[in-house]
Design a protein around this ligand. Structure first.
Ligand code: CP
Ligand code: NVA
Length: 338
């Protein structure tokens, strides 16, 4: 729902929060020099944010709890066994009550309709922490990571010859694997920022883009910059960045055997990317958690992999989004959604 201008604004804010907080949190990196006075505002001071998680989480939970804490607020973690929701109480009543006592709701749900319903009945902002269709904050973290590593994508010069703050050039971003919530937010975001996407998913109907997502992709004009096929090697042609997600998303565990058969040939490896014609300098992203059958250890733990900075950036980007939507920090209404 954010315009390109608003996204860029959030990325810049994430970057400045990270620059302000990291030296403060890790003063040993200052070699004995006192940490600077924190320059971010305590915008959640005296405020409570409800974190409703109906599914497991490591990154989304830790990033959101720590982000609220750094903004001076209190995070109230509400797991599926903690509250009446789904057993004794409806979503409508839950959203009405929780929003009457808190300043924001961050919710990880099953079906996407659940987050829509929560937003309908909540009197405070509701942010999607992952639903069946979308995982918006993951894409913001991925974008920050690509921008931070912009120099790695410049040809003809080593990383050390580059200045730290290069603009990110238009990239070819290849995603192979399942059409997941993580991919869907990339589809509506990367093309609007000038990047091309190449997607490779197995041919069965279950692995194609869901209609509501593709409708939004077309509405935003992103489809013009997306190639989609079923051959992973075709999808990797010219890739500057290679991305995959889990082949078995939370809730699909019963389909494991079938999925492992259907995804044969989609494991990200050096050989597959070379044979597919990826840019020799390609880099790798994965939202995590990761299984070895999706990407081998050589890639995952090798020099191409940006997965751990990507994981950490969940915190700084979430902090910027919370500051804006729960803390009252203002996102200017820059242009439309294009
Ligand atoms: N990437 C991500 O959302 O990870 P978690 O499921 O651990 O939160
Ligand atoms: N597609 C995965 C993402 C996990 C972060 C899932 O929904 O389980």
């Amino acid at each position: 729902d954010l315009s390109v201008g608003q996204l860029r604004f959030l990325l810049a804010h994430s970057n400045s929060l990270k620059s302000a907080c990291v030296p403060h949190l890790k003063p040993r990196q200052n070699f004995g020099i006192s940490p600077p006075t924190p320059s971010w505002t305590q915008s959640l001071s005296s405020k409570t944010v409800a974190l409703l998680f109906s599914k497991r989480s490591t990154r989304t939970r830790v990033s959101s709890e720590t982000a609220v804490s750094l903004l001076g607020g209190r995070a109230l973690f509400l797991g599926r066994d903690d509250i009446q929701l789904g057993v004794n109480e409806s979503l409508q009543d839950t959203a009405t009550i929780i929003s009457s006592m808190t300043e924001g709701i961050f919710a990880r749900v099953g079906d996407h309709s659940e987050i829509e319903e929560m937003a309908k009945y909540s009197s405070v902002p509701v942010i999607n922490a992952l639903s069946s269709l979308w995982h918006p904050l993951q894409t913001v973290a991925d974008l920050l990571t690509l921008h931070e590593h912009a120099k790695l994508f410049e040809e003809g010069a080593s990383a050390s010859q580059k200045t730290e703050h290069l603009p990110l050039r238009p990239l070819t971003i290849s995603y192979i694997g399942d059409s997941t919530n993580v991919l869907h937010d990339m589809l509506v975001t990367f093309p609007r920022l000038g990047h091309k996407m190449r997607v490779g998913t197995p041919p069965a109907a279950a692995y194609q883009c869901p209609e509501p997502v593709w409708n939004r992709v077309k509405e935003l004009g992103c489809d013009k910059n997306i190639w989609w096929g079923s051959d992973p090697q075709d999808a990797l042609r010219g890739a500057d960045v290679v991305i995959t997600d889990t082949w078995i998303s939370m809730g699909q565990e019963a389909e494991k055997a079938q999925r492992l058969r259907d995804f044969q040939g989609y494991q990200v490896t050096e050989a597959l990317c070379r044979e597919g014609g990826a840019n020799p300098n390609w880099k790798f992203l994965h939202c995590l958690p990761r299984k070895q059958y999706e990407v081998d250890d050589e890639v995952f733990y090798g020099p191409r992999s940006l997965v751990f900075p990507e994981g950490e950036n969940r915190k700084w980007t979430t902090m910027a989004v919370f500051d804006a939507l729960f803390g009252g920090w203002h996102i200017p209404s820059l242009a439309g959604t294009s």
